[in-house]
Ligand binder design. Structure first.
Ligand SMILES: C[S@@+](CC[C@H](N)C(=O)[O-])C[C@H]1O[C@@H](n2cnc3c(N)ncnc32)[C@H](O)[C@@H]1O
Ligand code: SF4
Length: 383
């Protein structure tokens, strides 16, 4: 079956955007068949797990390092304590290898690499080189790629690089620091020049959403070669809730309509969170669509959550995915509803913490048991 027909089976938009791009970049043609074969195999494995009574997600998000060279305002990883864990507790490359190997055997197909700043993790690209039948998307601030990284990326056929931008120079430097826009754009240009699949990631908030509603901006990125865009609505931290810059309901509606319009008339594949989660019946964390591993190996429902019951240094991923904690999040369907904020677990934070405390959860930033004072009958019933 041809590329377009195969991609059409997954999603029409995917075929419309990626098929012409792949045809223009022959090195990806060669790996396409291999990836399709392993995608089919991973679907079979996931179906088998489902029959056995547990869920394996198609994606894993790996926060590969706590190291970061920037201090972006409102970074969820900083708020969750992911960037503050003890250096000695960080997973080594061999431990990541074991986690990816087990995940592959269970049926995970793709890895989103985040952090911290992934390009500060020594040996990062060795992982995607080694697991060449899996898809890797590396999210980066675009300031830390070395000449050697570009050299390796040029040869890799299963790895895309997603560069974070906030908007124009002013908006990006305001949140990410002076000079970051210039470096991020330079990184995008270099990736395009050497034919590496690339995209952008934007934290959509009340300060920048109007900017991204300008179609000319999208056109200029497409012209550069950008073919995928992640628009992640700003998730506030606990401390930030009153001064939040998250979208209002009205702004969210306007922005959603724009995304759907771009989807129908622009040659770029767009992912909008939480908007797209509606198609999947709510939040896709806790193994429904993905699960997350912190730099020290804690398995959390998503990167924004700092609650875990399993650490992959001492437990298998299978045990973590079968955990009571993940099960109660999935089975209490109301917890997966976003309730007008960008993150369902944030919307139900107190209830999630309460339920988690019943199943022996701990906080990933300090490894202390999660003990809530308020343990209600409602929560006891939900377990
Ligand atoms: C935590 S970063 C890690 C990778 C890399 N350091 C970077 O900045 O791209 C992953 C993505 O999450 C986005 N992000 C950070 N804080 C966020 C928040 N509070 N709400 C939504 N997205 C956020 C970032 O803009 C980035 O695109
Ligand atoms: S570069 Fe990424 S991980 Fe670092 S502070 Fe910014 S958003 Fe957070």
């Amino acid at each position: 079956m041809g590329i377009k027909k195969t991609l059409n089976l997954v999603d029409n938009n995917m075929a419309k955007v990626f098929a012409p791009w792949i045809l223009r970049h022959p090195k990806y043609l060669l790996v396409f068949k291999k990836l399709v074969k392993s995608l089919k195999n991973s679907i079979e494995l996931r179906n088998k797990a489902k029959e056995e009574g547990y869920l394996v997600p198609p994606f894993m998000i790996l926060s590969i390092t706590k190291q970061c060279n920037l201090h972006c305002a409102g970074c969820y990883a900083a708020a969750a304590g992911t960037l503050n864990i003890a250096s000695s507790s960080q997973l080594k490359i061999d431990e990541w290898r074991c986690i990816i190997k087990e995940a592959n055997d269970l049926g995970v197909f793709a890895y989103i690499i985040a952090g911290g700043e992934p390009f500060l993790f020594p040996g990062l690209l060795e992982l995607s080189k080694e697991f060449s039948d899996r898809l890797f998307l590396i999210f980066t601030n675009g300031t830390a790629l070395t000449e050697n990284d570009y050299k390796i990326l040029k040869k890799l056929k299963n790895t895309g690089v997603i560069v974070s931008l906030e908007g124009d120079r002013e908006a990006t430097d305001y949140r990410r620091g002076e000079g970051v826009y210039e470096k991020a754009l330079d990184t995008l240009n270099r990736l395009n020049k050497i034919g590496v699949f690339n995209g952008i990631s934007v934290t959509i908030n009340g300060l920048n959403y109007e900017h991204w509603m300008n179609p000319q901006l999208i056109d200029s990125l497409i012209k550069k070669g950008v073919r995928i865009g992640f628009f992640l609505e700003y998730i506030p931290s606990k401390k930030d809730i009153t001064s939040s810059i998250m979208l209002t309901e009205q702004e969210r509606e306007m922005f959603r309509a724009k995304i759907l319009e771009y989807r129908s008339n622009k040659r770029i594949y767009l992912i909008h969170s939480p908007g797209d989660e509606e198609y999947f019946g709510g939040c896709v964390s806790a193994g429904r669509g993905f699960a997350h591993v912190t730099p020290s190996g804690d398995l959390t429902p998503c990167p924004v959550s700092n609650i875990a019951t399993h650490n992959l240094k001492t437990s298998s991923l299978e045990e973590g995915l079968k955990s009571k904690f993940f099960k109660i999040i999935r089975e209490n369907e109301h917890l997966l509803e976003t309730e007008g904020v960008p993150c369902a677990l944030f919307a139900h934070r107190e209830e999630v913490e309460e339920l988690a405390s019943y199943v022996g959860a701990y906080l990933t930033n300090n490894k202390k048991p999660l003990i809530t004072i308020k343990q209600t009958r409602k929560a006891q019933k939900a377990i």
